[in-house]
Write a protein that binds this ligand. Structure first.
Ligand SMILES: Nc1ncnc2c1ncn2[C@@H]1O[C@H](COP(=O)(O)OP(=O)(O)OP(=O)(O)O)[C@@H](O)[C@H]1O
Ligand SMILES: [Mg+2]
Length: 415
């Protein structure tokens, strides 16, 4: 436990989420062995620190540590970069050169974006992993090296195997010890901890007070899907720190920095799904519905509060009384200290106010009106269809009989 905190402090890892702790714990356990490790996790989850942790806590810590981004090296030169080449082995090879596997003898090589390795290089890598043997490009001399390999991938390697882009045997060889870095959206309170850390860091960097989030903004932060994970959170915290004048950040200000927030979240998640086996479409839809529902409730509460404070005139000339009643019913669940349910609707109706300038809010009432009407209409239709048999109607509507009963009473539907 103490070790865990020490490591986090030493390597600047923020968070207490179980999945993150487990990942660090596995890294610590595997460090003193020579086993290969495959680190997987979405882009921006913080994979890069792990090979460093493993190297530092291994007996190779005084040896070389070389990080290679396999995706950044052109296919034509990667073999030579990794395994070296002999003079004259290809155009431009004016000198012979050691590769990383030769240089890192006795140390650790971190192969980042491993799934980008060409298949022919994968064969060479498998050989060096299994026997410690490699051959420089343009040579026939077999050489030996003693290197510990740690690999990382932000794409699902089994999927790459299925598509014929990755060798299965290499995968099993690398995956002796898998470490999975959790997506940011899974990490709960860590999201806020990371935000706070980054906001303090950027405040220091730009010599200004740190940004804070109000409660609603905090909810937005925690509810967002963070497709770019910790990297995205860090970037956004930096952008807000620089751009916003107000240091207390509201939910709407925060939302404006979150791409695909709300309804547009759908395409982003689906795009991911092509490559990975994340949330099913159904889960995504549930999430959207859930978000919509909570937005609706927020709006209802807002309208209710405005009506209660007398900021809106609800003369009911063109508003269906049922709507007010429903609005009140929902909102009063959250305002338990307010007046008794029965007395409020008529009180609300009587309230008049001088402020008539809240156009938007009035539109919202109309929107709710049509929704309430739809519900009534659907209930009536279902009842008609089953000749008033509530059990069947409830089944058709996908709600319980009790809920249907309550709604019938609530809306005063004749049945
Ligand atoms: N737990 C954490 N605490 C503090 N900073 C973190 C944490 N996790 C990630 N970061 C920071 O987030 C950024 C992205 O992390 P990193 O570069 O390791 O992502 P990655 O998993 O390698 O992504 P990719 O697959 O796209 O390469 C880095 O600036 C890193 O310092
Ligand atoms: Mg990386």
């Amino acid at each position: 436990m103490k070790d865990l905190q020490n490591i986090k402090q030493r390597f600047g890892i923020i968070g207490n989420y179980d999945g993150l702790n487990r990942a660090i714990d596995i890294a610590m356990q595997v460090a003193p062995t020579d086993l290969s490790v495959l680190i997987s996790g979405e882009s921006g989850t913080g994979k890069e620190i792990f090979p460093q942790v493993i190297h530092t806590y291994s007996s190779r810590k005084h040896g070389q540590y070389i990080a290679v981004n396999c995706g950044a090296i052109p296919e034509g030169t990667i073999d030579s970069e990794l395994f070296g080449h002999e003079k004259g082995s290809f155009t431009g090879a004016t000198e012979s050169r050691k590769g990383y596997f030769e240089v890192a003898d006795g140390g650790t090589i971190f192969l980042d974006e491993i799934s980008d390795l060409p298949l022919s290089t994968q064969v060479r890598l498998l050989r060096v992993l299994e026997t410690g043997e490699f051959i420089r490009v343009g040579s026939s001399k077999v050489q030996k090296t003693n290197v510990r390999v740690i690999a990382a991938s932000n794409i699902d390697v089994p999927k790459a195997i299925e598509n014929g882009r990755f060798r299965e045997d290499l995968f099993y060889r690398l995956n002796t010890v898998p470490i999975r870095i959790p997506a940011l959206r899974e990490r709960g309170d860590d999201i806020f901890l990371l935000f706070r850390k980054f906001s303090v860091d950027f405040a220091e960097k730009y010599r200004m007070p740190a940004i804070r989030l109000d409660q609603d903004a905090r909810n937005v932060l925690m509810g967002y899907s963070w497709p770019g994970n910790v990297r995205q959170l860090k970037n956004i915290t930096e952008q807000i720190s620089i751009i916003e004048n107000e240091r207390e950040i509201s939910a709407s200000a925060l939302r404006s920095y979150l791409p695909d927030y709300g309804e547009a979240k759908l395409p982003a998640l689906i795009r991911k799904e092509e490559d990975r086996s994340f949330a099913s479409e159904r889960e995504i839809l549930y999430k959207i519905l859930f978000d919509m529902k909570s937005d609706m409730n927020d709006l209802k509460k807002l309208v209710f509060d405005l009506i209660r404070k007398g900021d809106i005139d609800v003369s009911l000339q063109d508003t269906d009384p049922r709507v007010i009643k429903n609005l009140f019913r929902e909102a009063s669940k959250e305002n338990v200290n307010h007046q008794a349910e029965e007395t409020l609707p008529s009180d609300l109706v009587k309230q008049h106010s001088a402020h008539k300038d809240i156009q938007d809010t009035e539109e919202i009432i109309e929107e709710s009106l049509s929704l309430a009407d739809k519900e009534v209409e659907m209930i009536q239709k279902a009842l008609e269809k089953f000749n008033g048999k509530r059990k069947m109607a409830a089944k058709e509507l996908g709600i319980s009989e009790r809920t249907l009963y309550r709604k019938i009473k609530e809306y005063g539907i004749e049945s």
